[in-house]
Structures are given as C-alpha cells and as structure tokens.
Design a protein around this ligand. Structure first.
Ligand code: SAM
Length: 182
C-alpha cells in the first residue's frame, strides 16, 4: 500500500531496490530502517530474515501508518514501527545493521547528521548501508561516510544509483576517526 505524500507512491524506487538486492542480512540481526517511507526496505529485511528484529522509523505519520499496514500484509511480525525524527525514537539502542534510502531533499545537514548518529547506534562491527542517486550527491555522501567510517566503500552501483557501506570499528581496532588510537 502506498499513498499521496509518501515517497515513491505507487512504485518501488530503483535505489531502494538496488539497496535491498545488495545487502546481506545475517541471521538474528537487530536492524534499523531509517526513513522507512511505506516500508519496503525494512519489511524486505524482516521477511528475508525472520530471526531478525527490525525497527522502522519515519518522521511522516502517514508513512508510519502505511508501514504498519504493509508489515501486517506481508506477515512481518518481527517489525516495530516508531514515528519520529532521526535516531530519536531509538535513543540508546545499538544495531547490527542500519539501512537507509535517506531523505536527500532534507539537505546535507540532516544527511550528515544521520551518518554521524549512525556511528553512535551501531554495535562494534555493525554496518550502515545507504543508497543515493549518483547525480543527487552520492559521492559527497560517500566522502562523509568515509570521514566517519574510514573503511567506507561503495558496494553496488547501477541505474544511476550507488549503494555504500560503513562498518563500525571492532573493539580494540582504531577504525573510526576520533577514537583513541595509539
Ligand atoms: C528517500 S525516502 C525513502 C523511503 C523508503 N525507505 C523507500 O525506500 O521507499 C526518505 C524517507 O525519510 C523520511 N524522513 C525525512 N526526514 C527524516 C528524519 N529527519 N527522520 C526520519 N525520517 C525522515 C521521509 O519522510 C521519507 O519517507
């Protein structure tokens, strides 16, 4: 179900599809879909990984309502939708995987904040996976991702979209800028 005023009304965005196809989801992961819209990314994760627990956040109430309906329509009982801004609804929680087709139109400040806050919400070894359209700033997003996660890399590209990933440092490894190194 989609509706007016919600991203990609009536269709599956091509970037969203590329992200879903590119990402692998280990069994038992705690997953966050940030900016879930009507729910395609998080619900796909929940259906593909029944042992996972998937949290889904959107600032738009209508999107949250659609996601709840779509989770039920797809039999995804391992989904929890929380309406709100950024990581606020999951404050203090840590994830194995944060997935997002982020709100490019919200501007760089919001996008960069999402990347910085993701670092605070990932378990050691946890991954942030983003998709963006090449002509809508995917490269600047990758640069920011590499600032926060030095091992950041592009994992897939196609149809004018790029999927990129940053991995949180494992305890004892100094893989994030700003953490205490030798
Ligand atoms: C590009 S859309 C992606 C929607 C969905 N994940 C998909 O792939 O079809 C980005 C979503 O982020 C939501 N959004 C915008 N700013 C947000 C914020 N600060 N916190 C949470 N969600 C936000 C928008 O309402 C929108 O649904």
């Amino acid at each position: 179900m989609t509706d007016a005023g919600v991203f990609a009304r009536g269709k599956l965005d091509r970037g969203t599809r590329l992200l879903i196809e590119a990402v692998d989801i280990p069994e038992g992961s705690v997953v966050l879909d940030l900016g879930c819209g009507y729910g395609p990314i998080g619900i796909a994760a929940a259906v593909l990984c029944p042992t996972c627990r998937v949290y889904m956040i959107d600032v738009n109430e209508r999107a949250c309502g659609l996601t709840r309906r779509n989770a039920a329509l797809n039999g995804a009982a391992n989904v929890e939708v929380r309406c709100g801004t950024g990581f606020q609804p999951v404050k203090g929680m840590k994830f194995d995987l944060v997935l997002s087709n982020p709100p490019i139109r919200a501007g760089k400040r919001v996008l960069f904040e999402i990347i910085e806050e993701a670092a605070q919400h990932l378990k050691p070894g946890g991954r942030l996976v983003l998709v963006a359209q090449t002509k809508q700033g995917a490269k600047s997003l990758l640069r920011k991702l590499a600032e926060v996660f030095p091992t950041a890399r592009e994992v897939e590209k196609g149809g004018g979209y790029r999927v990129m990933e940053g991995v949180a440092g494992i305890a004892g490894e100094d893989t994030t800028h700003g953490s205490a190194g030798p």
